[in-house]
Ligand binder design. Structure first.
Ligand SMILES: [Zn+2]
Ligand SMILES: [Zn+2]
Length: 545
C-alpha cells in the first residue's frame, strides 16, 4: 500500500489576492485554513461577493474537523457568512477575528461554534495539531500557523510583516518560528503579496509620525482621515492624535463603527474616554476629526458620499483637510481618483500620495520574505496569497535561498498536492472556481452574470402579444416596451407587422403547447434586428384574449 500523504487542497487565494481557502487532508481528517471572499468588479455586475467553490468540502463534510482563521480580513473570513450554516464545524481564531466574524454572522442570522485562541495556543483536530504564532500585520490578532501532521510540519505564514516597532508592542514571533524551523518543516505556504517590493516594509509607527506633523500643521482645519476599518493600529494612532490635539472624533461608515466597537471590546483598541461623538454639534472645525471608510472609492462608502456632498451635517469646503491613509488596491485607482477629484472640487485639500508616508503596507517585502524563508527552512515550498506573477517571483526567491527547484510548485485553484516525508506529488484536481453571491448564493451565477452583461450591452424589448385563440390571430397589434434600446416609430411598425404575420402563419391545431409561442414569435424578430447587427434581448409575453 502506498504511504499515506498529507494533501493540500487549494480552493482559493492562489493566482489571486482574495478568497483564501486551503484544506489539509490526511486519511479521514480535513481541516480548513481561512474562508475568504473576493469583491466583485465591472466583470461581475450586481454581485455582492465571490466565494470559493466548496463542493469538495461539502462532499467530504464528515471528515472536516474544524476551520482555522489566520486573521479577520475579508479575504480570510468573509465567505463564512455564507458558508457557516453548511459547514457546521468549530471555527478557531483570535478574539478580534472572531469578534468581527460574529458580527458578520449575526447580520445574516447565521450561527457558528467559535473557539477563541491566543498566540502560543495549540489545538488538536483529528491527526492535526495546530500552533498559533503571533505575526505583525495591518490588523491585530494575525497568526502564522504551524501544523503538525503525521508526515511532518506544515507552516502557513498567513498575512504578515516584520515590524520592529509595532503599535501594540507585540513583535512577529521570529524566535518561535526559528525554533520550529530548526526542528524541521516539511512544507511552507508563504504569502506573496509584496514579493515585488524590494527592501523592508515601513513600520506602522511611521504613519503616526507623519499624521502627527499633518495634525500639527492644520490646527484650525477640520480633518478627515480615511482608512480601512480593519486597520485597528491605524485607527488607534488617529484616536491618540485626536486626544493629543483635543479633537472629538466622528466615525463615518458602518464598518468603521462596527470594527471600532468590536476591537475596543476585545482590548485591541484603546479608545480615549468620551472622544467619540455622534455628531460635531457646535464644535469648531479645529476640534473636529472624522474617521471614514471608503479608501477604495466604493460607491456607497462614507468618503465617496462625503465627496459628493451627500451628508447634510458634513459639507466639505476650504477649511477641510482630507487624508487618505491608504493605497488603492490595483484596479481601484480610477474610482479613488474620481473621489479625490470631487474632494478637491468641494474646496478641500487632499493628501493622498503614498510618498507622504500616510500609509504603509501590512505585507512583508522581499527582505522580510527572505527572513521568513531562512528561519522556516522548509523542505517543500508553495507560494500563495498572490497573483501568478507574485507566486513565480516568490518561488524564485525560495530557490535562491536553497529550496530545491523540484521541491517548489506554483499552486492554482483546484489543485491538490500530496506530501510524504520525502516526496511531493500532484493529485487530480477537485471542483473549484467561484460561487457568486447576490443576496444569496447563486446556483448558476455565471449565466446570470452573462445575461446581465448581455442586457447591459444590448438592451431589452418586451412584446405584449394578445392572441384571440378562437380566431387564431392577434386580437390587437402587439405592445412594445423597451429598456436600454431605442425603438423608433418605423422599427415599431416593422415589429408589429412582423409579429402579426408570424402569428397568422402559426398552425394552432398542430401546436402541442402554447408555451411554444414565445419562442416562435421571438425568432423572426431576433433575425430582424440581427440584420442590423443589433442584439437586444427579445421577450414576448403571450396574453390570451
Ligand atoms: Zn490580511
Ligand atoms: Zn489576505
Amino acid at each position: 500500500m502506498a504511504k499515506k500523504q498529507v494533501k493540500v487542497i487549494f480552493l482559493g487565494g492562489v493566482g489571486e489576492i482574495g478568497k483564501n481557502m486551503t484544506a489539509l487532508e490526511y486519511d479521514n481528517d480535513i481541516i480548513i485554513i481561512d474562508c475568504g471572499v473576493t469583491f466583485p468588479d465591472e466583470s461581475t455586475p450586481g454581485i455582492d461577493a465571490i466565494i470559493p467553490d466548496t463542493t469538495y468540502i461539502l462532499d467530504n463534510i464528515d471528515k472536516v474537523r474544524g476551520i482555522i482563521l489566520t486573521h479577520g480580513h475579508e479575504d480570510h473570513i468573509g465567505a463564512l457568512a455564507y458558508l457557516a450554516d453548511d459547514i457546521q464545524v468549530p471555527i478557531y481564531g483570535t478574539a478580534l477575528t472572531l469578534g468581527i466574524l460574529d458580527h458578520k454572522l449575526s447580520m445574516r442570522r447565521a450561527e457558528a461554534n467559535m473557539v477563541t485562541v491566543e498566540p502560543g495556543d495549540k489545538i488538536k483536530l483529528g491527526v492535526f495539531e495546530c500552533e498559533f504564532i503571533k505575526v505583525a500585520h495591518s490588523m491585530a490578532g494575525a497568526c502564522a500557523l504551524s501544523i503538525d501532521t503525521p508526515v511532518g510540519t506544515v507552516f502557513f505564514t498567513g498575512d504578515f510583516k516584520i515590524d520592529s516597532t509595532p503599535i501594540d508592542g507585540k513583535l512577529t514571533n521570529l524566535q518561535r518560528i526559528a525554533e520550529i524551523g530548526a526542528k524541521g518543516v516539511l512544507l511552507m505556504l508563504g504569502e506573496s503579496t509584496n514579493v515585488e517590493r524590494k527592501g523592508h516594509s515601513t513600520s506602522e509607527k511611521v504613519v503616526g509620525r507623519t499624521l502627527d506633523t499633518i495634525f500639527n500643521n492644520n490646527r484650525d482645519r477640520r480633518i478627515t482621515v480615511a482608512t480601512f476599518a480593519s486597520s485597528n493600529y491605524r485607527v488607534q494612532q488617529i484616536l491618540d492624535l485626536a486626544e493629543k490635539y483635543d479633537r472629538k472624533v466622528i466615525l463615518s461608515g458602518r464598518s468603521m463603527k462596527m470594527i471600532v466597537e468590536v476591537a475596543a471590546s476585545v482590548g485591541e483598541l484603546k479608545v480615549p474616554k468620551n472622544i467619540i461623538v455622534e455628531s460635531a454639534g457646535n464644535l469648531p472645525y479645529s476640534r473636529q476629526l472624522i474617521i471614514a471608510t471608503g479608501t477604495q472609492g466604493e460607491p456607497m462608502s462614507a468618503l465617496t458620499r462625503l465627496s459628493q456632498g451627500e451628508f447634510k451635517k458634513i459639507v466639505l469646503g476650504e477649511n477641510d483637510l482630507v487624508v487618505l491613509s491608504s493605497s488603492p488596491i490595483p484596479g481601484n485607482d480610477k474610482y479613488i481618483y474620481r473621489v479625490i477629484n470631487n474632494l478637491f472640487k468641494c474646496g478641500a485639500e487632499v493628501i493622498y500620495d503614498a510618498m507622504n508616508d500616510v500609509h504603509v503596507s501590512g505585507h512583508a517585502y522581499e527582505e522580510e520574505l527572505k527572513i521568513m524563508l531562512s528561519l522556516v527552512k522548509p523542505r517543500f515550498f508553495l507560494p500563495v496569497h498572490g497573483e501568478y506573477r507574485h507566486q513565480v517571483k516568490h518561488a524564485m526567491l525560495a530557490q535562491a535561498l536553497g529550496v530545491p527547484k523540484a521541491n517548489i510548485a506554483i499552486p492554482e485553484i483546484g489543485q491538490v498536492y500530496g506530501f510524504s516525508a520525502k516526496e511531493m506529488k500532484r493529485h487530480s484536481n477537485v471542483p473549484s472556481g467561484a460561487t457568486f453571491v447576490d443576496g444569496e448564493m447563486l446556483d448558476d451565477g455565471k449565466s446570470i452574470i452573462n445575461e446581465r452583461k448581455h442586457l447591459a450591452e444590448n438592451g431589452l424589448i418586451v412584446l405584449l402579444v394578445s392572441i384571440d385563440f378562437k380566431a387564431e390571430k392577434l386580437s390587437t397589434p402587439c405592445d412594445i416596451l423597451a429598456r436600454g434600446f431605442e425603438v423608433t416609430a418605423d422599427v415599431a411598425d416593422g415589429i408589429k407587422t412582423l409579429v402579426e404575420k408570424t402569428v397568422s402563419e402559426i398552425n394552432f391545431s398542430e401546436l402541442e403547447d402554447r408555451a411554444e409561442l414565445p419562442r416562435l414569435i421571438r425568432k423572426p424578430i431576433k433575425n430582424y434586428f440581427a440584420k442590423n447587427r443589433q442584439f437586444p434581448v427579445i421577450m414576448p409575453i403571450v396574453l390570451e384574449d
